[in-house]
Design a protein around this ligand. Structure first.
Ligand SMILES: C[S@@+](CC[C@H](N)C(=O)[O-])C[C@H]1O[C@@H](n2cnc3c(N)ncnc32)[C@H](O)[C@@H]1O
Length: 217
């Protein structure tokens, strides 16, 4: 998707993807999947409260988000004082253990990954159309060996709905990651009933899948 598309969604508050609570998959699975991680990156982070949860578990958290409206909302809505600086090409917002890089994730430099040993991906890969998912992987390949990823992905019958969110079939997750990573599907949930908005958009089924992914070398 174009960056303007997302900025407009934030300006118009069309942010149905945002949860007003911590994602239950995070609290249920993160510590099992990423038990030894200390420095987590949250790509395409929006104003997700999951970043608060991660910081409260003692993690250093780095979010990346294109909309400065989303970033400022995150800090003000959570009553967090923040400082602003620049690490080109990003505007950098920081409060305690949470740093948000405001800018295009696809400009994220591999050097910044030196500080990272973990990725929490909820609604990031599935926010991207297929052709952009390969570019997303190019960035992920900059992770250090041993880095771990918790991926929450979504799957629905192709053609029943235009994304975002996009359906990213299990086969594609393995194809994208398996060259440089070990991939394991941890759990799968049928989430059709709790998502009537997607039923209204024409979906007949919807599954969310949790993956543990580890960088090999
Ligand atoms: C589907 S939302 C998910 C937000 C968050 N992960 C959550 O769980 O609430 C995708 C987010 O990615 C941001 N975004 C989209 N493309 C981006 C890019 N290239 N770089 C940085 N942020 C981007 C959008 O502004 C939006 O906030």
């Amino acid at each position: 998707m174009e960056l303007e598309f997302w900025k407009e969604r934030w300006q118009n508050q069309q942010i149905g993807f945002h949860r007003s609570d911590v994602n239950p998959y995070l609290s249920s699975f993160f510590q099992e999947i990423c038990s030894s991680c200390r420095n987590v990156i949250v790509p395409l982070c929006g104003k997700s409260l999951d970043m608060i949860w991660l910081s409260e578990k003692g993690m250093e958290v780095a979010g990346v988000e294109i909309s400065d409206l989303a970033v400022k909302s995150f800090f003000t809505e959570n009553s967090l004082e923040y400082s602003v600086s620049r690490t080109e090409p990003f505007q950098v917002f920081k409060s305690g253990k949470i740093t948000i890089y405001c800018g295009d994730f696809f400009q994220f430099k591999t050097e910044l990954f030196d500080l990272i040993d973990c990725v929490y991906d909820r609604a990031s890969l599935i926010a991207l159309p297929k052709e952009m998912r390969k570019n997303y992987l190019k960035i992920m390949k900059g992770l250090k060996a041993g880095s771990e990823i918790m991926l929450v992905s979504m799957e629905y019958p192709e053609g029943e709905m235009n994304g975002p969110p996009f359906s990213v079939p299990e086969k594609e997750v393995f194809e994208l990651y398996e060259e440089d990573f070990t991939v394991e599907k941890i759990k799968e949930f049928n989430v059709m009933e709790e998502n009537p908005q997607f039923k209204n958009r024409g979906l007949s089924s919807m599954h969310e899948k949790i993956y543990w992914i580890r960088k090999n070398h």
